[in-house]
Write a protein that binds this ligand. Sequence first.
Ligand code: UDP
Ligand code: MG
Length: 316
Amino acid sequence: MDTISIIVPCCNEEATLPYFREELQKTADSMSAANDLTFEFLFVDDGSTDQTLELLRRFARQDSRIRYLSFSRNFGKEAAIYAGLQNCAGNYAAVMDADLQDPPSLLPEMYRLLQSGEFDSVATRRVSRKGEPPIRSFFARGFYRLINKISDADIVDGARDFRLMKRRMVDAIVSMGEYNRFSKGIFGWVGFRTKWLPYENVERVAGETKWSFWKLFKYSLQGIVAFSTAPLAIASVAGIVLCFAAFVMICYIVIKTLIFGDPVGGWPSLACMVMFMGGIQLFCTGILGQYLAKTYLETKRRPIYIIAETDQDALE
Ligand code: UDP
Ligand code: MG
């Protein structure tokens, strides 16, 4: 008999959780009725400051399929996904947002595709970005174009974290215990045969998004640093280009001085050049610093998350 673990990272989702649970249960019940199939719902409370944990405790009491983990503070969605995958028991696992932006109605189709044996994972992507600020969509598209050029993880534009995976793939992801996690990259990096299901963007049922533009921007930089070393090459390339430019300028100045004299001209251009070079050097040192910082955090080997409470505590 198959068990599907549904992993749900939740951070301050008191407004959405009741709707989500209802929708999910409806889908799960109809799937269980049609197949030889059980479910495990694993909610990961990522340091919520509202009534989320209280709700989860109640859910777990009401339904034995529902389990929860609660973090000691906010560790971020990536950590919540990792905790869920590490602690789930099913031979299939799916990651889903709590705000119904990942429609549970896609699950039967996803499960059917995996059962055919042709795929190891079924992932979803939004084909539209309806309801999103245009400026955000513009930067998001640019980010996907860039990261696909400079990294070997295949990252699909509009890819959601919503996907159903077989146990093999879950184990592969759990084996990647890196501290700086970028799930979209990790999912792509582990490989496996993945089927992409496109769907229209759905807006969140209630509550608010936790992602400000600035947070998304930092997240995208983190993704680039985690999955590409191309920026490190900028220093070398800039160095070569500038050396060549300098060589051309030296030739030009030597010849000009030999023909026309004028030894003291060119102070403004000199000042500009010094500034320019200083800028390039600082920029490249900054990039080095980014990688060094990530390496530093990685070498500390801190835990990715800390659990403060689980559904087991409530039973004791
Ligand atoms: N989330 C989380 N920890 C965080 C931020 C978000 O676990 O620090 C969860 C959140 O509860 C939701 C999912 O990640 O289930 C996606 O968050 P959100 O809907 O705010 O992001 P968006 O859909 O706008 O990208
Ligand atoms: Mg959302």
